[in-house]
Design a protein around this ligand. Structure first.
Ligand code: SF4
Length: 497
């Protein structure tokens, strides 16, 4: 058990560059497993490395385009990375979404840092509201934690989704009480939590984690209504990194077959076993009726954060156009029409996310929150449109995306020349370049980065039904019916029969 000053001692020197960030991950005693084996140094693991490199891109962007990747913080009184900023005006959310699209373009994958960012915004306002009602000091604790994080320029991960066990039962009704993260013990210095968090984006690549409840709680779920921050290497934490389609292509040798050898996402199952959290890092402890507020604010932020997928969409539209060009059909009308359709779908996602930012409103704490209806519409678009964009990319690319020989075949002295001869496209295009683009399309539509572009688009920040519930809540159907009656000359609402 360490005191708070000791916990922050390793972060005394701020992280500035991507190289600093990568160096900061080395030598930590983080309990990580992948494919049944302990990973002693994740930075050197070839399957995990592309996800670290994707996270590192958030630091590269801040160095190369400080106006996009950075912003001034009134909390720390300095210029900080935008991924650590509490939005205090609509322009902050607009800038955040522009940054997310650009990072999607640069990496073609999930760059993982937005969950922590959206946890910051949610905790800022909810701790303020709890204190105003209960006289607690959570907001002060949170501001101190955040100021330290901003100055150190660390990565904060977010951990929200509990395993949930029997979905028809509340946390306190589960056969195994650990199926939702809970407080198991208290002493004078802090709390101890046990349980797990699922699907946690970029967890191993973070420095600290903010854990939060996953859904509405009842009074009987007090011990499960807990928010706090822990270092990733806190004793009692175990990370089991998830498999991704084709992930072992990273160790196949060569880099062509990976499709995108540089960048990938990462999700882990995090197990908490009696993990100590000092009170200074506890931001909710038993205030069960604020759990739903926290979840709703987090999802409102995070559903608009899925603007990231428009950056991936830019890459996929470009890859499809490039594949068509390699085949000599870029000017054919139905190809052009498909590229227009892909762009239309991609920009529709972008417009709903940006509208949710422009229509954001301040909360009592001063933090701005995206428009709830538009944010849910934006995420609902994301659950559908990338699948159609991916289908059109495969349509344009052709079946070679899934039947193409490997890079080893290409390098083989006997069959390599045959592949170069029979997989050639229009003149002037290297066969290997044609193969690279097709592998990228494979990577994003059925390979490793389809995890982020497709299934994560479906389920991340809540599955489609979660957005439909929120849309139904906000659609004000009686008001719409009244307007229809007025224009049609109907004086009274229809009587119920
Ligand atoms: Fe960020 Fe998108 Fe990854 Fe979520 S899915 S962490 S919003 S890049």
């Amino acid at each position: 058990m360490q005191d708070v000053e000791t916990l922050w001692a390793d972060f005394a020197r701020p992280i500035v560059t991507a190289d600093d960030y990568i160096a900061s991950l080395r030598g930590r005693r983080v309990n990580v497993f992948f494919r049944g084996e302990r990973v002693h140094e994740p930075v050197d693991n070839p399957v995990i490395w592309p996800s670290i490199n994707a996270m590192a891109e958030t630091y590269r962007l801040a160095s190369e385009q400080p106006e996009l990747g950075g912003v001034r913080s009134e909390i720390a009184g300095i210029q900080i990375n935008r991924f650590l900023h509490v939005p205090t005006k609509a322009d902050d959310l607009v800038g955040k979404h522009e940054m997310q699209r650009e990072l999607g373009r640069r990496t073609g994958t999930c760059f993982q840092r937005c969950v922590g960012l959206d946890a910051i915004g949610s905790c800022h306002s909810v701790t303020f509201d709890i204190d105003a009602e209960r006289g607690t000091d959570y907001h002060k604790r949170f501001l101190l934690f955040l100021k330290r994080a901003q100055v150190a320029n660390i990565v904060i991960g977010g951990a929200m989704t509990d395993p949930k066990g029997d979905r028809s039962k509340a946390p306190h009704q589960q056969a195994d009480l650990d199926l939702f993260l809970r407080v198991v013990r208290r002493d004078k210095k802090g709390i101890y939590v046990s349980g797990a968090k699922m699907h946690q984006t970029g967890a191993v690549n973070s420095h600290w984690l903010i854990f939060m409840p996953t859904m509405r709680m009842t009074e009987a779920d007090r011990e499960w209504s807990v928010v706090g921050a822990v270092r990733v290497d806190t004793p009692g934490l175990t990370y089991i990194v998830g498999r991704q389609t084709n992930d072992m292509r990273a160790v196949d040798g060569g880099e062509l077959d990976a499709g995108n050898a540089q960048f990938a996402g990462q999700e882990s199952l995090i197990v908490f076993d009696n993990v100590f959290v000092p009170y200074e890092h506890v931001f909710m402890d038993g205030e069960w009726n604020y759990a739903s507020t926290l979840v709703e604010r987090f999802t409102t932020y995070h559903r608009s954060s899925y603007v990231c997928k428009t950056g991936l969409g830019d890459v996929l539209v470009g890859a499809a156009a490039e594949a068509a060009s390699h085949n000599g059909v870029e000017a054919v009308s139905h190809i052009k029409d498909k590229l227009v359709e892909m762009t239309h779908l991609n920009e529709t996602i972008y417009s709903s996310c940006m509208a949710a930012a422009y229509r954001s409103k301040p909360m009592a704490s001063g933090a701005y929150l995206n428009d709830e209806m538009l944010s849910n519409v934006a995420k609902h678009n994301v659950t559908r449109f990338p699948f159609e964009i991916a289908r059109l990319a495969q349509d344009i690319a052709g079946g070679l995306v899934v039947t193409m020989p490997s890079e080893r075949d290409l390098r083989n002295n006997e069959i390599g020349p045959l592949i170069r001869k029979f997989l050639q496209g229009r003149s002037g295009v290297e066969t290997v370049d044609r193969m690279r683009i097709l592998r990228l399309i494979e990577n994003m539509t059925i390979g490793r980065n389809a995890v982020g572009y497709l299934t994560e688009s479906l389920h991340g920040a809540g599955s489609p039904q979660a957005q439909r519930i929120q849309i139904a809540r906000g659609m004000r159907i009686e008001d719409k019916k009244a307007r229809a009656r007025m224009l049609a000359g109907v004086k009274e609402p229809a009587r119920k029969v």
